[in-house]
Write a protein of this length. Structure first.
Length: 206
């Protein structure tokens, strides 16, 4: 197994390496709530769109198109919408939002996975569908600065590691291992910012 990983890493494409570097830059900047995280996300997304398509992870590939749109949306949201140009505040979702989100993710993943299993040659269709659908919701949560997005990402990225190893995308799997560490850092940092905010500006956004 280790020898296989080493050989695969040695044969990595330059494009996958660039995508990984940009993806790490995105998450590090997101942890710092730096608006340029969305530029790094857009560039990494463009590269991964083609990488995942070639690996027959069709839902993951389609997800990159969504990410491109969310990069623009996230930039707009984080830029600040008040006359004083204040940035978007970190906020929490009520438990009802999370309940609906989890039910929706499970149902849509099951339906999409079943359709892909019957109609496409997708590898691991149910896991592919789960990571894609849940990531779409969680990316929206990042764009809105919902604190709990980090918890969602921890679950998604843990599943994604298995998915990428199974398709011999070892560097991408390693990237997601790094993500798990950064996710914990991100949650702690955003929670600290949330606790330090004026309660009047941290109500759950529309």
């Amino acid at each position: 197994m280790i020898e296989s990983i080493v050989n695969s890493l040695a044969g990595l494409s330059v494009w996958e390496l660039v995508a990984v570097i940009l993806a790490i830059a995105y998450l590090v900047l997101a942890v710092r709530q730096n608006i340029w995280c969305w530029a790094a996300a857009a560039l990494s997304t463009l590269i991964y769109l083609f990488i995942f398509y070639r690996a027959s992870l069709f839902m993951e590939s389609a997800l990159q198109v969504f990410y491109l749109g969310m990069a623009g949306y996230g930039y707009h949201q984080w830029r600040g919408r008040t006359q004083r140009d204040e940035g978007l505040a970190v906020s929490l979702w009520p438990w009802r939002h999370h309940l609906l989100a989890i039910i929706g993710i499970v149902l849509l993943s099951a339906l999409t996975g079943a359709w892909m299993e019957r109609n496409t040659g997708a590898a691991l269709p149910y896991l592919d569908a789960f990571t894609t659908i849940s990531a779409m919701l969680t990316t929206y949560m990042v764009a809105r600065k919902i604190l709990e997005n980090w918890i969602y990402w921890f679950v998604i990225d843990s599943v994604s590691i298995y998915l990428y190893v199974s398709r011999e995308l070892y560097l991408t799997a390693l990237l997601f291992c790094v993500y798990l560490v950064l996710i914990v850092v991100g949650f702690i940092r955003w929670k600290k910012d949330y606790d330090g905010q004026d309660p009047a500006v941290v109500a759950e956004p529309a």
